[in-house]
Design a protein. Structure first.
Length: 73
């Protein structure tokens, strides 16, 4: 069984969200307690911690992108 990645690709599906982003513009690991957030527009693609991605997906605010196939699979 493949190991679950710590981050996954997502695309924002809500008109906009306020998310804590790191220097590269991706979701940060401490997202639940982050004091600073940035407005992220609809259709923005970024990497996010798996738990944040699932949280947003459960609320129809983001879609989790399929992981790329591994070589030799």
């Amino acid at each position: 069984m493949a190991r679950k990645p710590s981050t996954v690709g997502i695309v924002i599906t809500a008109p906009h969200l306020y998310l804590p982003l790191d220097e590269q513009g991706n979701g940060s690991a401490g997202w639940r307690d982050a004091p600073d957030t940035v407005r992220v527009e609809k259709r923005t693609r970024l990497e996010a911690p798996a738990d944040l991605a699932q949280f947003l997906s459960d609320r129809d605010q983001a879609e989790i992108l399929a992981a790329p196939a591994e070589a030799g699979a």
